[in-house]
Design a protein around this ligand. Structure first.
Ligand SMILES: Cc1cc2nc3c(=O)[nH]c(=O)nc-3n(C[C@H](O)[C@H](O)[C@H](O)COP(=O)(O)OP(=O)(O)OC[C@H]3O[C@@H](n4cnc5c(N)ncnc54)[C@H](O)[C@@H]3O)c2cc1C
Length: 399
């Protein structure tokens, strides 16, 4: 087999191309197979925070990312009638808005542009079988072709099918007790560069955020005990979402009115991926496929960036792939688990008050956090924020 330094990466989301970028630096050739027919440019505002910022700085991508910044000014909490009850500008304690705010699709595009000249992308392709051999791994694709690689990196996101072929027994999902939907609606004149969040009765939480010139992004989460829907179809999902929006105030009414025109519609249970092991033989998991923390942590993208950097670095400095994978997991797992632990079903319930009284208390807490007294006392200084970024993860220099 002539496969030394030839690596297959499954999934051209965030983690896959980042890993390809670093592997190329260390002299590897990479092939990325992506199930979708073209680069998936969907998705909403993602934060690149903490150590993730350091990875994009090392990749010299800060400028390209800054050029696509959604320019979100901060977050405002509203009541059901649309009245502002709390204002948390960018940089404030408790705000949603971070330094690097970018639409996920724009970020995926930046990563694609920075890797496409030295990584072979194959769109509309996926793995149907894998066979591990003594010196490599033989992979069969959906077109029937078979090819040999030294290693396979699976970065297919939360619902990875290749992971399930190889490591189903090692993977479980932790349902957090809520469903989430994200999609885009047409931008209106009144939409400015602020994020707007509103709690609705019954445990519905809605956030609108600035997208591009034509669109506003929507994230809706709502409590639901069951994590499966009987007869799950796109029509049923929208019907379920409509029910969660009914009588939840003016923003919910606006979304409901636009819902029929939405095609790129994500809807599913808010679940974390927990894998008891991240590799088996020459096969290794990366990004959401290994450790999806859910969008509510705001850390999925940062974790994917850090993990991709470490995995590529450990592959490059260990002649034995099992040692490389063990070092990768040892370095990244504690970082990932700390992010996952931030969210528990209890915390999710607290963020989604159901009764009018519960919402009243939540409004009080939102006002308190936004108050000058609290902000003056606890708002992190620019130096403290920089220190937090530096302390978030201790990087090994693989160069
Ligand atoms: C379309 C889309 C929209 C998203 N929107 C948001 C958002 O709004 N907010 C948020 O916080 N997070 C969002 N995410 C998740 C976010 O991108 C991840 O949490 C994080 O960035 C980690 O990235 P990842 O590369 O591990 O996974 P992902 O970004 O999910 O990328 C996985 C890639 O693998 C591909 N893939 C799946 N199965 C196969 C297969 N069998 N073979 C080959 N390729 C396969 C997928 O099409 C996708 O391109 C979105 C993901 C996608 C795919």
């Amino acid at each position: 087999m002539e496969i030394t330094k030839k690596i297959l990466i499954c999934g051209s989301g965030i983690a896959g191309p980042t890993c390809a970028y670093w592997l190329h630096k260390y002299g590897y050739s990479t092939v990325i197979v992506e199930r979708a027919k073209a680069l998936r440019d969907g998705g909403q505002n993602v934060d690149i925070k903490g150590a993730g910022q350091h990875v994009i700085e090392m990749m010299a991508l800060s400028e390209q990312i800054e050029a696509k910044n959604t320019q979100e000014c901060g977050q405002k909490y509203l009541d059901a009638a649309g009245k502002v009850i709390a204002v948390l500008p960018k940089g404030a304690l408790g705000t949603l808005t971070n330094e690097f705010e970018i639409l996920r699709g724009d970020f995926a595009q930046v990563l694609f542009e920075s890797t496409k000249d030295h990584c072979e992308y194959r769109f509309g392709r996926f793995v149907t079988a894998l066979e591990e051999k003594e010196d490599g791994i033989s992979v069969t694709f959906d077109n029937g072709e078979t090819e040999d690689f030294e290693l396979v990196i699976c970065a297919e996101g939360m619902n990875s099918s290749t992971r399930d072929m190889v490591m189903a027994a090692h993977t479980s999902f932790r349902y957090l007790g809520a469903y989430m939907a994200f999609f885009k609606i047409p931008r209106r004149e009144e939409d400015d560069r602020w994020a707007y969040s509103v709690n609705g009765v019954g445990g519905t939480f809605i956030t609108l955020r600035p997208g591009n010139e034509e669109e506003t992004t929507v994230l809706i989460t709502f409590l639901r005990r069951d994590h499966a829907i009987t007869g799950d179809t796109p029509t049923m999902r929208k019907a379920l979402l409509r029910r969660a929006l009914e009588g939840r105030g003016s923003i919910a009414d606006r979304i409901n009115a636009d819902l029929d025109t939405v095609d790129d519609f994500y809807f599913g249970p808010m679940s974390q991926v927990r894998a008891s092991a991240w590799s088996k033989g020459r096969f290794v998991l990366l990004g959401d496929a290994a450790f999806c923390p859910t969008p509510f942590t705001g850390k999925g993208t940062a974790l994917a960036l850090v993990a991709a950097y470490v995995l590529a670095g450990e592959i490059s400095r260990n002649a034995d792939h099992s040692q490389a994978f063990a070092a990768y997991e040892r370095l990244v797992r504690p970082y990932v688990e700390a992010a996952q632990k931030q969210l528990t079903p209890r915390r999710i319930r607290m963020m989604h008050p159901k009764s009018g009284a519960g919402i009243g208390l939540t409004h009080l807490a939102q006002r308190l956090v936004a108050s000058q007294a609290v902000q003056r006392q606890f708002r992190p200084s620019a130096e403290k924020r920089a220190r937090e970024v530096a302390d978030d993860f201790v990087f090994v220099d693989y160069a």
